[in-house]
Design a protein around this ligand. Structure first.
Ligand SMILES: [Zn+2]
Length: 228
């Protein structure tokens, strides 16, 4: 799916059976708010978009969920971290892709230009690694792990995105999120990788409460000007 293509959007309620129409994403109205559902090989997400503090009568409640099947082996995350450490010695960021082929995760290092504050893909088109990447991770070298405004501008497709930070310390940081055409949800690293709860990296998503948010422009506030 190209990030520049407009996604096919479906709409349903939580009482309907989900359409198998091949929509890229489907908005669901539920008893407890609005969710968005989407599937790619290896990942399935039901992301909260707007949790309502008023009950929407007559509709079942939904529970947000991210399923990664199977979770990515820990060894592959450690391989990413080691490569980030090597790049960090030259003060460079680095970008990684995970592809899901027949239920197995493969790590790929795409062609890229690296510098201290960014790394940019140099390949494009339907054969490029980026096109099929289900999970994309980049390093912030010795800087903290967080999604920057540059990351928000770059990460506009449907993928699981991640950042590794402070990679050359004894407490490296990791932050993962699901990005669904600019709907975002920070998720624990252990939902994506097969790691234990006491894994040595600091999980920034968990520490900051696994928020959901949008990197798109917000709609205008209709109440602000309504009676003025
Ligand atoms: Zn970044």
């Amino acid at each position: 799916m190209s990030e520049t293509d407009k996604p096919l959007i479906g709409y349903a309620t939580a009482a309907d059976s989900l359409p198998s129409s091949g929509s890229a994403l489907t908005y669901l109205l539920a008893g407890n708010g609005i969710f968005v559902s989407a599937v790619r090989p290896g990942i399935k997400v039901l992301m909260p978009v707007c949790l309502s503090d008023q009950r929407i009568k007559g509709l079942p409640h939904l529970t947000p969920d991210l399923t990664v099947t199977p979770r990515i082996p820990k060894e592959l995350l450690l391989e990413v971290w080691r490569s980030c450490c090597n790049a960090c010695e030259s003060n460079l960021e680095m970008l990684f892709h995970f592809h899901n082929r027949n239920g197995e995760w493969n790590l790929q290092i795409p062609e890229q230009t690296q510098n201290p504050t960014s790394c940019q893909l140099t390949e494009s088109g339907s054969q490029a690694s980026h096109h099929h990447a289900i999970v994309e991770i980049h390093s912030h070298a010795s800087m903290p792990a967080f999604f920057s405004s540059v990351d928000n501008a770059d990460e506009t497709g449907f993928r699981i995105y991640g950042v590794l930070g402070r990679v050359n310390t004894t407490k490296p940081e990791i932050q993962m999120r699901v990005g669904l055409f600019q709907h975002c949800w920070n998720v624990p690293a252990k939902t994506v990788f097969d790691i234990e709860s006491d894994f040595f990296m600091t999980d920034i998503s968990i520490m900051s409460g696994c928020q959901f948010y949008s990197t798109d422009l917000p709609p205008t506030n209709v109440l602000e000007t309504l009676w003025s």
